[in-house]
Design a protein around this ligand. Structure first.
Ligand code: NAP
Length: 244
């Protein structure tokens, strides 16, 4: 086995595509999900059978500290301690301007998109030794700001970029690497949660490559940064956003 990876939010979208990519490369996998048990269990069973790697699905709301602790303990018990982490779980709430946002909404975005990454990084670093690697899935929104749509989401991803840079410096001397991937406009169901299922197609004419991206194209960047092939890369980012 190439290593043991925890992927948060692996029931669909970029997380599920990353699970497929890493299973094919021979990693053992713990697939975290929040609500979509059927999809996560089916993916774990399929990948375990197809690639012959250990693969489990574990439910946890990663915005909650006690659930993150339980998630890692369950992975310890069923797979053994992780060597790699992909922080990917995230939410997008309906489009609105900053002027309309409530504290409840803002805190929900930050709890799910930021606190969860901090907590999972903490539990991962406690278990990792030299060679350990973390990839945080951020967003091009951190650079673009998402005006008129979801500045709270963009701000949460800005925080992830700072977490990535800061933590990478804290753990570099331990031989643990921390990097980020910033996807742009990727065909997943997340855009429907933001209230506009056709968002990528609406925007694609303004993307330099003139198209939206596929989850597998993001997974390839995540997998490279996660792997020993990126052994001298830490505290850095790959933008996968079609040139935007
Ligand atoms: P998605 O299709 O909406 O999937 C989100 C995943 O996160 C699901 O597996 C969901 O689990 C999980 N999740 C949500 N809240 C959770 C919680 N509290 N605890 C545990 N899991 C939770 O999203 P995606 O488009 O693949 O996005 C994945 C990552 O890429 C996110 O961080 C997102 O911000 C980032 N990103 C996406 C795009 C894009 O264009 N799609 C662009 C830039 C960045 P359940 O289904 O089980 O509830």
């Amino acid at each position: 086995m190439r290593g043991k990876v925890l992927i948060t939010g692996a029931s669909r979208g970029i997380g599920a595509a990353t699970a497929r990519y890493l299973a094919e490369q021979g990693y053992g996998l713990c697939l975290n999900y929040h609500r979509n048990r059927a999809a996560a269990e089916a993916l774990a069973a399929e990948l375990g059978e197809r690639y012959g790697v250990p693969c489990i699905a574990v439910q946890a709301d990663v915005s909650q500290e006690a659930e993150v602790v339980r998630l890692f303990e369950e992975m310890d018990a069923r797979l053994g301690p992780l060597t790699h982490l992909v922080n990917n779980a995230g939410i997008l709430q309906p489009q609105m301007k900053v002027l309309e946002m409530s504290a409840e909404r803002i805190n929900k975005t930050l709890g799910t998109n930021v606190t969860s990454y901090f907590l999972c990084c903490r539990e991962a670093v406690r278990r990792m030794t030299a060679g350990g690697s973390i990839v945080n899935v951020s967003s091009a929104a951190a650079r673009l700001g998402s005006a008129g749509e979801y500045v709270d989401y963009a701000a949460s991803k800005g925080a992830i970029d700072v977490l990535t840079r800061g933590l990478s410096l804290e753990v570099a001397a331990l031989g643990i690497r921390v990097n980020g991937v910033r996807p742009g406009f990727i065909y997943t169901e997340m855009h429907a949660d933001g209230g506009e299922p056709g968002r990528v197609d609406r925007i694609k004419g303004n993307i330099p490559l003139q198209r939206g991206g596929q989850p597998a194209e993001v997974a390839a960047a995540i997998a490279w940064l996660l792997s020993d092939e990126a052994s001298y890369a830490t505290g850095t980012f790959i933008d996968v956003a079609g040139g935007r």
